[in-house]
Each structure stands twice: as C-alpha cells, then as structure tokens.
Design a protein around this ligand. Sequence first.
Ligand code: ATP
Ligand code: GLN
Length: 143
Amino acid sequence: LPQIKAQTASEYVPDTKFYKVEAILRPWRIPKVSAALLKMGIRGVTVSDVRGFGAQGGSAERHAGSEFSEDKFVAKVKIEIVVSKDQVDPIIDLIIEEAKTGEIGDGKIFVLPVSDIIRVRTGERGEEAERMSGGRHDMSNQN
Ligand code: ATP
Ligand code: GLN
C-alpha cells in the first residue's frame, strides 16, 4: 500500500502549542473522515456545510485550460479540529487518506496557529482546555 505522507507543516507555520486544522472536503467523504478521527482519539470536531469554488467549477468558464466558476458554488463540508502541535501532522495524513479521490475537487487543508483555548464550563485554559475526555491524551495515559 502506498503511504500518503503530507509534507511537514512546521517550517511554514508560526510555532505555537495549538493549531486549528481546517479542511474543506467533499460532503460524502465526511463519514469516513470522522470515523477515522474518532478512532485516533479526536473528540472535538466542528463541522459546517459550506459552498465554495476552487479549480473544480460549477458553471464552466475556461481560462488558459483551467475551469473557473464565478456564479455557481459547489457544496462542501468544512471540518475544524483544534489540537496540540503533535497531532497536526497525523490528522493531515488521516484526512488525505480518507478524503482523497485523486480527482479535482478533493479539497484543501489549512493549518492555523491558535493562541489559547478556554473551556466555558470550567474556565480552564490552554492544555487543560485542549484535553478532551476519551481523547488521545486519555488513551496514552491508560498504558
Ligand atoms: P465540556 O467538558 O464542558 O463538555 P468540551 O471540551 O467537551 O467541554 P464541548 O462543550 O462539548 O467541549 O464542545 C462544544 C462544541 O465545541 C463541540 O460541539 C464542537 O463543535 C466544538 N469543539 C470542542 N472542542 C473542539 C476542538 N478541539 N476542535 C474543534 N471544535 C471543538
Ligand atoms: N488533544 C486532545 C486529547 O488528546 C484531543 C483534541 C481534540 O479532540 N480535538 O485529549
């Protein structure tokens, strides 16, 4: 099986403790992606229905061999996951593995630095707020 490895992001991204991995994906691939995230111990995820355009067109207007769409947006799902630094690359690899078809329109992943996390219920901040019960942190503590 070919290993799909994303290039390391660290050299392009400001160094911080937490990052948001934001992926715009094909809606019908979301069940596969979320099942795999759950399996790796990711418990905090936000999903939204969005519409957009990239290289994949809705209405086809051609410029220099590429299709661009100006008036028809394609339905996508945006998945947002805030995690600690060491979880960023495994999540990127997982998303590629579960969401890639190889066709135009597979989507894109953005990595953003996150300054702080606050859990509303308790007022916890930083690492304590980032940890989710049943998450990877819990999993590794049980060994
Ligand atoms: P509590 O222990 O108080 O329940 P929690 O950390 O489990 O806190 P929730 O209050 O259950 O968080 O989360 C509310 C919503 O926030 C979730 O439904 C999800 O949309 C979003 N969310 C929580 N954590 C994350 C995260 N790490 N990344 C992305 N979205 C998150
Ligand atoms: N890093 C957290 C943990 O290991 C999980 C974060 C998340 O689910 N988004 O508990």
